[in-house]
Structures are given as C-alpha cells and as structure tokens.
Design a protein around this ligand. Structure first.
Ligand code: ADQ
Length: 467
C-alpha cells in the first residue's frame, strides 16, 4: 500500500497514549507507511499568518498543521461545522443556525486545506479524510488536479433524507461526497439514509451493492462501524493509574452500587433526559435511594457555541434538584463533574461501576459504551444501558437497549440493570466482548483501507471542477 495521508480537523501525536481513540487506531498504519497527518493546529491567528504550514516529525510520521484566521474559525468551525452540520446531522434542526455567511467560510477553509496539503502529496498516496468539517475537501483537491485515491469517513450520523434536505445547499454537500472514491459511515442506518437521499433527491442509480451513480460519477459507500483497541484498553485497565482509581472508587462507594456516565457535554448525549430517568428511578423505587449513586462526568466542549451553555445550565439545575429532593446527610444521589478524566484513569472508574448509562439522543457510534465493556471484570461485569439511537446499538444487541426520550422505561431498564444476576451479566458481557474483539479499531482501519484500495473511481474528468 502507498503512504497513508490522514486529514482531519484536529490531529493528535500518535506517540501519546493520552491521544486515545483515532490516534491509536491510525498509529500502526501511519507508522508503517511513514505517513502524514494534516489538519488544523487549533490556533486562531491574524489573517496574514494563515499561510504558514507547521511541520513536525513524530517518529516516522509527519504532522502538518495550518492555523485559522478569526473569521474562518467563526464561520467554518463555530458557524457551519458546529452550528449547522453537527445539529442537523444529529437530527436537531431546532438548534441549527442557517446563517448564509457560514458556508463561504466552510468552503474557504476546505480550499485552504486543499491548497496547503497539495504540495505534500506523492503520486501513490492514499488519502483518508475524516468527518463533517471536511466534506468538500476531495472536490477541492480534485479541482487542483489531485488524482490520488481519496476516502472519507463520517464519524457522526447521517440523518434521513428529508432532514438533510433542510440544509440550504444540501445538494452541494452530497455532490461533494461523489468526489471521493469511497465514503464510509458508522452504521447501516446511516448508509441507508445516504442511499435514500441520493436515490430520491439526486436520482442516483444503484450500480451494484455499495455503489451509486449520480452527478455523472460513481461512488462506493459502506458501513464501517468504528471499534476500540480492546488490547490497549485492557492494558490500560490493568495499569497502576486505573487500578488506583478502581480501588479508590470501590472503597468510597463500598455500600453503594455505582452508576456511571462519561460524555462530552453535548446536547446529542441526552444528559438531561438521563437525569430525568434517574430521578424517575429514585422516585418510583424507594429501595434504590441510598443504594445507587450516579457519577456523571461531562467534559467541557465547544463552550463558545450557545446551545452548549444552555445544556450546561439545564444539567446543573437537574442535578441540583435531584440532590436537593432525594439527598441525605450521608448520601448524594448524583455526583456531577464538569471536567475531563485522564484517559489512564477512566478504565478504573468504568470497572468500579455496576451500570453504565450511555443514553445519547443520537450518536454516530459512541466509544464510551465499548470502553466500559472492555474495562469490566468478565467474572463480575457491569451492565450497559445503551440508547437504541447510538450507532453502537446496531452491534451491541445484548446491552439493555432503551429509548432515552422515555424516562419511565429507561428508569425501568436501569432498575433491571441494578438487579441483574451475575450469570446473566456474564453471558451478555461475553457475547458483546466477542463482537468488540472481532470488530476492533484495527479491523475498522483495515476494512476501510482495503475497501478504498478496491474502490474504482470513475470519470474523474473536468466535471470535478464544477462543485
Ligand atoms: P464523541 O462525540 O467525542 O466522538 P465518543 O465516541 O463517546 O464521542 O467518545 C470519544 C472518546 O472521548 C472516548 O474515547 C471517550 O473515552 C472520550 N471521552 C468522552 N467523554 C469523556 C470525558 N468526560 N472525560 C474523558 N474522556 C472522555 C465522535 C462521534 C461518536 C463516535 C466517535 C468516534 O460523536 O459517535 O463514536 O466520534 O468515531
């Protein structure tokens, strides 16, 4: 295989474990091919400095980043990516801000990425573009003459056609996907939405399984559910920092059953709904009072987008009222922390918990669900309560699947989880672990890159120029 070039909004140093997830997944193949990882530096600078590319070597891997001007940060990052695409792709049209000015910035930054990346490219490179910030990148690269194989993976859900169609310029976005050789989604549901959209809105013809023809081009598309590195996570679970965390939690909560939630503070994660379900549990089942404690970690995220401040206040108010109404002098039902937990300590927290509440309203995959399972003691594992609207629910059928909008039935599932006998916990856990091991993050990476190597792009003629 040629050299791998990864492009994503933010990049991570693959040598650092703290980077986690994607960096761990891509490290092997980036190292093996002496790859390049290109993205935004995270810095906002004066417009005049935007042209510089910062390059550093991380072992065999080259890391290249560009800065953004304040105007581009506002319209590309805050505006279009996180004010339009993120909410709409998570089915939240009510939270989208369709400001006509944003799309220009979105396109400008994709053009900037294309222009800055181009001089680094070699003829047999394989380019892998990640996520919603960079949908038009391949089209912009093609317009500059790039003929390399390019794949795209969407980490977040793709909504049903009629929701997607609410975005002004939605046809432009989907057309841009046809500049890729392969487009990957997290779940079959997302792939079906893509097929539905291109067949109804763009009158695409399904050419054969996994290929569609529209806009005079053919694109391959498939579902590649992202996994975790089970081995790496098991090692992390057995390492000192996680073990210390586990011991501390076990001592602190020796008389309680611990429930845990770990999320970015994002409206897609269903945090207020989760709190309402927990309140329902306490209200309806007095025996759970004093015996169950919920630790909710919500890491700060995109705090300069207003919808995020609203969710923060709602969550704080709910936690306060639950503790106020149900708390005792020696027991607080909810411990809510608005911060990150170090990656090395997370598995200890997961392992000490009897139940994990992973109840997003919509989620591309949700890796916390998978990490929780991997951190459990197989002889005495905890129970996963999982939203049916997380991509992970397609795979983890032995979790207790819930509708997070329905607080009564979610509360009933939490009760079931707290009372589940050990044999049933073991059987469910073992079956889900088998699937996690089989479809781990290395499978994801290999499967996507193998499909990209097989994908035959057609008709890369001058029509690429007309985005
Ligand atoms: P995220 O929305 O960020 O990712 P998720 O998959 O749950 O969601 O988490 C990614 C990572 O962040 C996990 O490794 C998790 O441990 C870590 N993390 C989350 N909250 C944390 C906290 N409070 N403290 C410390 N670490 C925390 C997007 C999509 C998901 C998709 C991933 C990967 O929204 O649907 O699963 O990309 O494709």
């Amino acid at each position: 295989m040629g050299r791998l070039v990864v492009v994503s909004n933010r990049i991570a140093d693959p040598r650092k474990t703290a980077a986690g997830g994607l960096a761990v997944a891509l490290a092997d193949v980036l190292n093996a091919t002496g790859g390049l990882w290109f993205g935004w530096s995270g810095k906002v600078v004066d417009a005049t400095d935007e042209d510089e590319v910062h390059v550093q070597q991380a072992g065999p891997v080259k890391l290249a980043t560009v800065d953004l001007s304040q105007a581009d940060y506002d319209s590309f990052y805050l505006g279009y990516s996180n004010g339009v695409l993120w909410p709409v792709f998570h089915y939240r049209l009510d939270l989208a801000d369709f400001d006509a000015g944003y799309i220009g910035g979105y396109r400008r930054v994709n053009q900037l990425f294309a222009r800055k990346l181009l001089p680094f490219l070699q003829p047999d490179d394989i380019i892998w573009v990640h996520d919603y910030h960079l949908i038009p990148l391949a089209a912009e690269l093609r317009a500059l003459g790039c003929r390399q194989r390019i794949g795209f993976f969407l980490h977040i859900p793709l909504p049903p056609p009629l929701i997607l169609a609410a975005i002004p310029g939605h046809d432009w976005l989907v057309r841009a996907l046809f500049a890729y050789d392969l487009v990957g989604f997290q779940s079959k549901a997302d792939l079906n939405h893509f097929a539905g959209y291109v067949e109804t809105e763009a009158h695409a013809q399904p050419v054969e399984a996994g290929r569609w023809r529209a806009f005079g081009r053919t694109v391959h598309a498939g579902a590649f559910p992202i996994g975790i590195d089970v081995e790496e996570f098991t090692e992390l679970t057995n390492a000192r920092e996680a073990m210390d965390m586990y011991e501390r939690m076990k001592n602190e909560y020796s008389r309680r059953k611990l429930l845990v939630g770990v999320d970015r503070l994002d409206y897609s994660k269903g945090l207020p709904q989760r709190m309402r379900a927990f309140r329902e549990l306490l209200a309806r089942n007095p025996e759970t009072r004093k015996s169950a404690t919920l630790i909710q970690i919500a890491s700060p995220s995109r705090e300069n987008v207003s919808a995020y401040t609203d969710i923060l206040h709602e969550l704080e108010a709910l936690c306060g009222s639950i503790n106020g109404n149900f708390g005792e002098l020696d027991w607080m039902p909810v411990r809510y922390m608005h911060r990150n937990v170090a990656r090395a300590r997370l598995p200890g927290l997961y392992r000490a918990a009897r139940v994990a509440l992973v109840t997003p309203l919509r989620d591309g995959m949700n890796l916390v669900a998978k990490e929780f399972l991997a951190a459990q003691d197989p002889a005495d594992p905890g129970v996963l309560v999982l939203s049916r609207f997380a991509g992970a629910a397609e795979q983890l059928r032995e979790a207790l699947l819930v509708n997070p909008y329905d607080s009564e039935s979610t509360a009933a599932a939490i009760l079931l989880a707290l009372q589940m006998p050990v044999e049933e916990r073991r059987t469910r856990h073992a079956s889900m672990m088998e699937s996690l091991r089989r479809y781990d993050v290395h499978w994801w990476c290999d499967a996507f890159l193998a499909a990209l190597a097989d994908a035959r792009a057609e008709e890369k003629g001058p029509s690429w120029l007309r985005l």
